[in-house]
Write a protein that binds this ligand. Structure first.
Ligand SMILES: [Zn+2]
Length: 297
């Protein structure tokens, strides 16, 4: 059985969609739905695998220049599907047991417009092109771009001390860190909030780059079971657990606050964003264990 997803390349929205089509053809037991549209009208896919009570959610590319997280998640997904089809064990775990015990939801690219901007340059549409270049201070180098196409940082958009995050960040749209004029003002964050409410996730992992660290607390609201889970993530990856950081209004912050269930931000790799694709193999090797541990823990 061949590997379908090649994550070791510039991984834009269209590459992801072609890979999802192929995975659907090989593995018809996965379910693909769209959770909403980006500002530029791209459908944001969610992929689901499994039939279990434990509802696990992973997402990637909240930030445009962290698109390697999508390549990572799609490659891990391919590995899980192959293990299921060929019934090859995953470490000590039986893939069929994971399938029966968990329902895994993956939104591999929360911010498709931002990813395409970083990888392919500004959109052809005249109005958007002019606007986004202006927000980028006239530069055509979008490598520092984290936000959505309107210059709103999607991971500063959630109603979990949104005002506190706003106080330490820019007050106008730009490449990064602007949280919008109110929480959940953007179609991408609205889609994620609606999905999260609808699915009633048991735990969430938001994949970002970089730092080889994992944030697992929020304002003391995280439940006791978060700690053993993050310790296992650390054991398998070598990444460092960090309970408290001065950052609010992120997706995992909101999840912990609203549900008092385990939520994690996983910072893959090391260097400055966008991480070069040459880091892909190292990241995959380090963090594949986190992908499994999120299911079996
Ligand atoms: Zn990020």
């Amino acid at each position: 059985m061949e590997i379908i997803v090649n994550g070791k390349r510039d991984y834009d929205y269209f590459t992801m969609m072609r890979d999802i089509e192929k995975l659907l053809a090989y593995f018809p037991f996965i379910k693909v739905t769209f959770i909403g549209k980006s500002v530029l009208g791209l459908d944001i896919p969610e992929i689901r695998i499994g039939e279990g009570e434990k509802r696990v959610h992973y997402n990637g590319s909240f930030h445009g220049n962290e698109w390697i997280t999508t390549a990572f998640l799609m490659s891990c997904l391919n590995e899980y599907l192959l293990a299921l089809k060929c019934q090859t064990p995953i470490g000590d775990a039986d893939p069929l047991c994971l399938y029966e015990e968990t329902t895994l939801s993956i939104v591999p690219m929360v911010n498709p417009d931002g990813v395409n901007l970083v990888l392919n340059g500004p959109p052809a549409h005249k109005k958007w092109r002019a606007e986004v270049i202006e927000l980028n201070n006239g530069s055509l180098d979008f490598s520092g771009w984290k936000a959505n196409i309107r210059g709103v940082d999607l991971n500063d958009q959630f109603p979990a001390n949104w005002e506190g995050e706003r106080a330490r960040n820019p007050l106008t749209p730009g490449p990064r860190d602007y949280g919008g004029n109110r929480p959940l003002s953007e179609p991408e964050t609205i889609a994620m909030a609606e999905l999260t409410r609808k699915r009633n996730f048991s735990r969430v992992l938001a994949f970002h780059t970089q730092g080889e660290e994992m944030y697992w607390g929020f304002d003391g609201l995280e439940p006791p079971e978060s700690e053993p889970i993050v310790q296992e993530f650390s054991r398998v990856s070598g990444y460092k657990p960090v309970r408290i950081i001065e950052s609010y209004a992120g997706y995992k912050d909101w999840f912990i606050q609203e549900w008092r269930r385990p939520g994690f931000t996983i910072e893959l790799g090391c260097g400055s964003n966008p991480l070069p694709i040459s880091q892909f193999d190292k990241i995959y090797q380090e963090a594949l264990g986190i992908f499994w541990a999120g299911l079996y823990m």
